[in-house]
Design a protein around this ligand. Structure first.
Ligand code: B12
Length: 207
């Protein structure tokens, strides 16, 4: 697992949060993580890992975009994510945040909250204790192993009225990229803020 995670960190996926996949399988939308055995206690394939990234993604991803095949993809970041995670964990069960399973996405925000990766703020963004709102969750990998016990964490940021005001402003103007960036910027934890270039890329559809 360490080698696979080091390989992913090199590719810019520098967050790996382990949890017990069987323990969360009863949560809404997360039954799929329990696996074919339905997440029973005897299931050994229950070490879940949320793979994510911070601003560390940007240099390796922009380097990879020099490949014209990747650059021509409709969703190059999604493709880059799949290539990197599939290569790091060949044969593992992998669930991607951008793919539909049945009719829904895997509810990664809910998973992050119940496993203590972060806490949900009034802005409805999950806040990481170090990176604040400046991180993304990309996939969940399930492998054999002994999982840790995780519990939800307390909200790590000071939520001033600015946080909800920024969300209300964005909801009133949902096609405004800058309004959605302001929701993240309203958080008191800002040390890991993405570069302007990375922000523009992630908010391109609403810029
Ligand atoms: C679908 C989706 C969207 C849709 C929302 C459609 C809708 N409202 O119906 C769109 C494309 C608009 C979107 C936008 C954004 N999203 Co979005 N989105 C998702 C996705 C893929 C699935 C959410 C889902 O359906 N969950 C399942 C349902 C059952 O759970 P739910 O809690 O009811 O889900 C709702 C909320 O998650 C909400 N939502 C989704 N994104 C955001 C962002 C904010 C700020 C808010 C208030 C709500 C919200 O939409 C869902 C359906 O109603 C998740 C990744 C994942 N797999 O979880 C990312 C995710 C929730 N989004 C995220 C982000 C950051 C954003 C953006 C702020 C930035 C961006 N460029 O992606 C923008 C905000 C702009 C906007 N207009 O909302 C992050 C949140 C990270 C965090 N720290 O909490 C996630 C986890 C993706 C990631 N890579 O980390 N998103």
């Amino acid at each position: 697992m360490e080698t696979a995670l080091a390989q992913l960190a090199n590719a810019g996926f520098d967050l790996a949060h382990t949890f017990d996949a069987a323990a969360v399988a009863h949560e809404p939308g997360l039954a799929i993580l329990g696996g074919p055995e339905g997440g029973t206690e005897g299931n050994t394939e229950r070490l879940g890992i949320v793979i994510g990234n911070t601003r560390a993604l940007w240099p390796p991803f922009t380097h990879a975009l020099r490949d014209p095949v990747l650059a021509r993809e409709a969703h190059p970041l999604e493709r880059y994510t799949e290539l990197a995670i599939d290569a790091a964990f060949p044969g593992a069960r992998i669930y991607y945040g951008h793919r539909l399973y049945g009719a829904t996405y895997l509810p990664l925000q809910h998973l992050a909250v119940v496993t203590g990766l972060g806490a949900l703020a009034p802005s409805r963004l999950v806040i990481h204790p170090v990176h604040g709102p400046w991180f993304a969750m990309r996939a969940v990998v399930i492998i054999d192993g002994v999982p840790p016990t995780r519990v939800p964490i307390a909200q790590p940021c000071r939520c001033e009225a600015a946080c909800t005001a920024a969300l209300d402003a964005a909801l009133a103007n949902p096609s405004s990229g800058p309004a959605w960036v302001a929701v993240r910027d309203a958080c008191s934890l800002r040390a890991s803020r993405y570069s302007d270039e990375q922000i523009r890329f992630h908010y391109a559809s609403v810029w």
